[in-house]
Ligand binder design. Structure first.
Ligand code: FAD
Length: 406
């Protein structure tokens, strides 16, 4: 367990020296306990699977750091804003894996807020220790941006709901144990009414998960077919017909991922190294000057994102977070992530020309030679950043509605 008094309850004096000691503690622990093979993969921008992310989650959990953003009452650290940000920052700087967001960042807070005591006791500890893996079954063919149009039906039959329908773009469904999903339990005039949030174990008979092959060659998203799937009523989160409230609560937090900004800063460091290496080899050519200018602009954007994120986390902790702020942050960070990987792509394109399209990453994590080359691979994956979690156009709509009542 952590040796320092780093929780809100335990440490009244929080000066710069306290946070410096805390940063050092994070650094010491992560640099000695994060497995080397995972750090190699993260450093070279390769994707991690469940086994790898769970391994790191279990190490953190055994140390008492399994849920950095959760209150102590639910197995979290109780850390304050600055500690939470420092955790993400040190973790990114040391190339430790990101935490798996579907459990810790998305459904965990919903269960804390809307779940029964039994549901909290059943689900939360397994998110913290990494033994249960979640995925999100919101989107359907025909219900993405307009999520409230979803059609997957749940009909009450005794103590069960019987589900029929289809979900799509379900990230990690192929390796998850449970899916939290929005279903239609009644046909109300207002389509947001009559939606309910259910917890569906993915080994329930009647569920079929099919992969969707994407341009980046990573198996990430899936279709999930539900055919007469029986789910106990006890698996309902919140009140029947009020799932939209839970969905919105979750989406506001989904758009506010504290992990994103420090990871972007780390990738910017890698792009800076790529540019410097080329300047050393070729001198400062006009195209490298242009790349440097883009780098500085991206660095300024990342600094702005950091400030915006810190104030958003503070508001979230105070319960005053406006939807427009988390949407603005999502919009800004997803566009910035595309610019960073696009810069890496352009630098590499100058050398490889039409032969550029990258090979898939080495599965065993052995390819640590050129993180920049893998950033090119990331470029393809990041095309989805302005779509997943709500498109950029939808974020702009939320901002306009929130600020101007449009
Ligand atoms: C990599 C990836 C991972 C994903 N993971 C998940 C997941 O785990 N779980 C899950 O449930 N979903 C997931 N999604 C789905 C994602 O949330 C949806 O793709 C997204 O909300 C957009 O919905 P859509 O694809 O149906 O596009 P549509 O809603 O059909 O949009 C098509 C286009 O129209 C525009 N548009 C639509 N409505 C408006 C409007 N009112 N004003 C202006 N423009 C508009 C959109 O911006 C877009 O450009 C994922 C998607 C991707 C790409």
């Amino acid at each position: 367990m952590s040796t320092l008094d780093t929780t809100l309850d335990d440490a009244p004096v929080r000066d710069a020296a306290f946070y410096e000691r805390f940063r050092q503690e994070l650094h010491d622990f992560m640099s000695t306990h994060c497995p080397a093979d995972l750090r190699v993969k993260v450093r070279s921008n390769q994707k991690l699977g469940r086994e790898e992310m769970s391994r790191w989650q279990q190490i953190l959990s055994a140390h008492g750091w399994g849920a950095p953003s959760w209150p102590k009452a639910h197995g979290g650290t109780g850390w304050d804003l600055q500690q939470r940000y420092l955790f993400e920052e040190v973790s990114a700087q040391l190339d430790c894996p990101p935490l798996y967001h579907h459990g810790l960042g998305h459904i965990g807070p919903v269960i804390m807020h809307f779940g029964t005591e039994e549901q909290k006791a059943r689900y939360l500890p397994r998110i913290v220790d990494g033994s249960e893996w979640w995925c999100q079954g919101y989107s359907e063919p025909g219900a993405g941006s307009d999520l409230a149009s979803l059609k997957t039906a749940a009909v009450r039959d005794g103590d069960d709901y019987v589900l029929n329908g289809q979900k799509i773009w379900t990230s990690h469904a192929q390796e998850a144990d449970v899916m939290y999903t929005l279903v239609r339990t009644s046909q109300e005039a207002r389509k947001q009414s009559g939606i309910t949030l259910l917890v569906v174990p993915l080994n329930t008979p009647g569920i079929q998960v099919r992969p969707i092959h994407t341009i980046d060659q990573w198996h990430h998203v899936n279709e999930v077919f539900l055919n007469d799937v029986r789910v106990p009523v006890a698996n309902r989160l919140g009140v029947e017909g009020e799932g939209w409230k839970c969905a919105k609560f979750l989406l506001d937090r989904e758009r506010l991922s504290p992990a994103t900004v420090p990871r972007l800063a780390r990738q910017l460091d890698q792009v800076a190294e790529m540019i410097q290496a080329r300047i050393r080899e070729q001198g400062l050519s006009p195209s490298l000057q242009a790349a440097l200018q883009r780098l500085y602009q991206a660095e300024a954007s990342a600094m702005g994102a950091r400030e915006m994120l810190l104030s958003a986390i503070q508001e979230e902790m105070n319960g005053t977070l406006a939807a427009s702020k988390s949407s603005a942050l999502k919009l800004h960070c997803s566009e910035l992530s595309q610019e960073i990987s696009s810069l890496a792509y352009d630098l590499t394109a100058q050398e490889y020309g039409p032969r550029l399209l990258p090979q898939p990453p080495a599965e065993d994590g052995s390819d640590d030679r050129d993180a920049g080359r893998q950033l090119v691979h990331t470029y393809l994956f990041y095309r989805s950043r302005t779509i997943a979690g709500g498109t950029s156009e939808v974020q702009k709509n939320v901002i306009a509605r929130d600020l101007f009542g449009a």
